[in-house]
Design a protein around this ligand. Structure first.
Ligand code: HEC
Ligand code: HEC
Ligand code: HEC
Ligand code: HEC
Ligand code: HEC
Ligand code: HEC
Length: 262
């Protein structure tokens, strides 16, 4: 190995060590695995307690696309205007929480209010934690985030998230992917490049979650750096809030380092 190459390796090692300091992204306090990806919806009405929405519970059954395209939830916490009346008439959460797909809004005896308006602070509900542990025990382990390797779980057929909801989804071809992998240049000598797999992403996402808002449809045309990702843009839009977080460097920077150079 030449001196230049060693220098490159050392300098990228230094970068890797100092990079986490950039982590000024959306999350400051790390959430426990069973609350990673939880969005707390806070009603304006002070008599109603907050509603934790847990992604793990929902993504294990339904695709991202179904909620974020067909139903139309914003992909940014606190951006969707939801009321309980709307839910009762079948909108938003009510597309499923109608007593058929999932529990509905019931008052009086057998009230379901507290199943959504949780009396517990986020992270303190032991039943939810137990439910999470039951699910995660049968799925392959991941290192960060939910501690679940969601991609491997779907490859192994352990999860088959539904992509269609009667009366809500519009008719369209099944989610599939004919795009291949895209290799993204890490633009730093010695640092493994990034392999972006359309196949892995098409399991839950649809093309319109990423194109054209996050990435233009031509490889190499969207310019971004790790700093952008930590700020929640581009890949960091999902990786850091719902999909595995950015500190799992090696899952993205996975292509063997090119030989030669210098
Ligand atoms: C399926 C989940 C769910 C159930 C069950 C539920 N709520 Fe809600 N509720 C919500 C959500 C979501 C909001 C809106 C939060 C926000 O502002 O973002 C909300 C808002 C509210 C509000 C604020 C005013 C409004 O309508 O936006 C009140 C009051 C309320 N709920 C009362 C109740 C009562 C009483 C029950 C039981 C009869 C109940 N909720 C059951 C999810 C639920
Ligand atoms: C059952 C419906 C549902 C499913 C399935 C779902 N989401 Fe969400 N998602 C929501 C709701 C509701 C919110 C909160 C929206 C709001 O607060 O306005 C949200 C918020 C988000 C946010 C913003 C989080 C933040 O902290 O700002 C991201 C990113 C996101 N979802 C990505 C995903 C991805 C990726 C998937 C698939 C792996 C997915 N969602 C699956 C309903 C869903
Ligand atoms: C695409 C369908 C779908 C949508 C949309 C949806 N849910 Fe659910 N939700 C489910 C299913 C299925 C379950 C599990 C079955 C059950 O408990 O009835 C569930 C379970 C839950 C639970 C109990 C477990 C937990 O995670 O605490 C809560 C609370 C909940 N949902 C809240 C919400 C809220 C709030 C919204 C809207 C912001 C929402 N859901 C939107 C399908 C959905
Ligand atoms: C999770 C985000 C994401 C999803 C979902 C996604 N793409 Fe992409 N796509 C990308 C990224 C990232 C690139 C590379 C962009 C770059 O290099 O600037 C890309 C590149 C492309 C390209 C250009 C490829 C080339 O070699 O020039 C096409 C065409 C494309 N995508 C089509 C699709 C189609 C069709 C779907 C739906 C099946 C889809 N994409 C879903 C993120 C996504
Ligand atoms: C979700 C995927 C993903 C994860 C996780 C990830 N990276 Fe990156 N990284 C990228 C992409 C994409 C680029 C930019 C490629 C380009 O320039 O087009 C990049 C670029 C870089 C660069 C080049 C300089 C720059 O800022 O663009 C460095 C250094 C880097 N990453 C280090 C890291 C370290 C250290 C970690 C773990 C803390 C990490 N990355 C985690 C996807 C990721
Ligand atoms: C729209 C949301 C979204 C965006 C944007 C996105 N991803 Fe992902 N990505 C996911 C989801 C969901 C998974 C499934 C695994 C998980 O949730 O942890 C995933 C999985 C992956 C995997 C793991 C595949 C495997 O086989 O283990 C890699 C690597 C990855 N993404 C890289 C990237 C890179 C690089 C970018 C930006 C160019 C990007 N992602 C942008 C949602 C997204």
């Amino acid at each position: 190995m030449s001196v230049c190459r060693w220098l490159a390796v050392i300098s990228s090692a230094v970068l890797l060590l100092t990079l986490p300091a950039w982590g000024t992204g959306r999350r400051t306090r790390p959430l426990p695995p069973h609350e990673y990806g939880t969005v707390v919806l806070s009603p304006d009405d002070p008599t109603a307690s907050p509603v934790p929405f847990r992604h793990w519970e929902h993504r294990s059954r339904h695709t991202c696309r179904l909620c974020h395209v067909d139903i139309g939830f914003a992909m940014q916490a606190g951006q969707t205007e939801i009321t309980c009346e709307q839910i009762k008439s079948g909108l938003w959460c009510g597309a499923c929480h109608n007593g058929r797909v999932a529990f509905g809004i019931v008052s009086g005896a057998g009230s379901t209010c507290e199943r959504c308006h949780s009396p517990f602070p986020v992270g303190r509900d032991r039943n939810i934690r137990a439910e999470f542990e039951k699910l995660s025990a049968r799925l392959p382990a991941g290192r960060f985030g939910n501690g679940v390797d969601w991609a491997a779980a779907s490859r192994k057929g352990l999860l088959k998230p539904l992509d269609f909801l009667e009366g809500v989804s519009f008719d369209r071809p099944r989610l599939e992917n004919r795009q291949g992998d895209v290799s993204l240049d890490a633009r730093l000598n010695g640092l493994p490049d990034i392999l972006f797999s359309h196949r892995e992403h098409a399991v839950w996402n649809s093309c319109d979650l990423c194109h054209p808002d996050l990435f233009v449809l031509k490889s190499g045309q969207t310019r971004f750096t790790m700093r952008d990702l930590f700020a929640g843009r581009f890949c960091g839009f999902c990786h850091g809030s719902v999909a595995f977080p950015l500190k799992d460097c090696g899952r993205c920077h996975s292509k063997p380092v090119r030989q030669g150079g210098s």
